[in-house]
Design a binder for this molecule. Structure first.
Ligand code: C5P
Length: 222
C-alpha cells in the first residue's frame, strides 16, 4: 500500500493505524530522507551539495548504517550508525533539510533501492511523497492524503508545542508552505497524486474517520 501526501496531512499516524489493522509492516520513507539530512548536517555538508550528500547517502546504505524498527509509541525507531536518532530527526530544521536533500537525484537513487527492498515482499505500507508515482507505481492500493495548508500547519504546530518546542503558528504555516513548494516544484519525483491513487482530504475529518474511510477503500480494492 502506498500513502503519499504533503507534510502534516496525518500520513504517519494514519499509515501506522492502517499497518496495525492489516498486520502490515510500516515503512516511513520520510525518516530515511531525514536521516540523510541529519548525517549531512553532522558531517558539515550543506543540504544543497547534491553530489556530496548523494555520496553520503550511498555510503550509509552500503554500510547498512540506516535501520528502522517498529516501535509501539513512535511508530518507527530510527538508527543512524547504531545511534537512536528518532527524536533528533523530528525537528523543523531537519524537516527542511530533508526536503532539500531529497531534491537531489543521487540521494533519491540511493534510497530507492532500500525502499523497494523493504516493500518487495508485500504486506507493507509505505508512506512518503513518490511511492505511488515512482517507488511502487504498481502498489495494490494507493492513497493521496491531503488537507488544507492551515489545517496541516495547525496539526504540526500542536505536535511541536506538545514536544516543548517554541515556534509560532505563523512560522509553522510558512514552513509547511515552503516545504510544499519545494516538494511539488522539484524536477525529480515531485510530490503529486498518482493518476490511480485514491484522494483523501482530511481537512474536516478526524483521524478515526480518515482511517475508517481508507480502510473501507482497502476492503473494496482487495
Ligand atoms: O514525511 P516527512 O515530513 O518525514 O518527509 C520529510 C521530507 O522528505 C519531505 O518534505 C520530502 O521532501 C522528503 N521525502 C521525499 N520522498 C519521500 C518521503 C519524503 O522526497 N518518499
Amino acid at each position: 500500500m502506498a500513502i503519499d501526501g504533503p507534510a502534516g496531512a496525518g500520513k504517519s499516524t494514519i499509515a501506522r493505524r492502517l499497518a496495525d489493522a492489516l498486520d502490515f509492516v510500516l515503512v516511513d520513507t520520510g525518516a530515511m530522507y531525514r536521516s540523510v539530512a541529519l548525517a549531512a548536517m553532522r558531517e558539515g555538508i550543506a543540504f544543497t551539495e547534491g553530489e556530496r550528500v548523494g555520496a553520503l547517502a550511498r555510503g550509509l546504505v552500503a554500510r547498512h548504517a540506516l535501520s528502522f524498527e517498529r516501535d509501539q509509541v513512535l511508530g518507527v525507531r530510527v538508527k543512524l550508525g547504531g545511534e537512536d536518532v528518532s527524536d533528533a530527526i523530528r525537528t523543523p530544521e531537519i524537516a527542511q533539510g530533508a526536503s532539500l536533500v531529497s531534491a537531489h537525484p543521487d540521494v533519491r537513487a540511493a534510497l530507492l533501492d532500500l525502499q523497494r527492498q523493504a516493500g518487495e515482499g508485500g504486506g507493507v505500507v509505505l508512506e512518503g511523497r513518490d511511492i505511488g508515482t515512482v517507488v511502487f507505481p504498481e502498489a495494490e492500493v494507493k492513497f493521496f492524503l491531503t488537507a488544507s495548508p492551515e489545517t496541516r500547519a495547525k496539526r504540526r504546530h500542536d505536535e511541536l508545542v506538545a514536544k516543548g518546542q517554541t515556534t509560532s503558528f505563523e512560522q509553522t504555516l510558512a514552513d509547511v508552505k515552503q516545504r510544499d513548494a519545494q516538494d511539488e516544484g522539484r524536477a525529480h519525483a515531485p510530490l503529486r497524486k498518482a493518476d490511480t491513487a485514491i484522494l483523501v482530504d482530511s481537512t474536516s475529518l478526524s483521524i478515526d474517520d480518515t482511517v475508517k474511510q481508507m480502510f473501507e477503500a482497502v476492503k473494496k480494492a482487495s
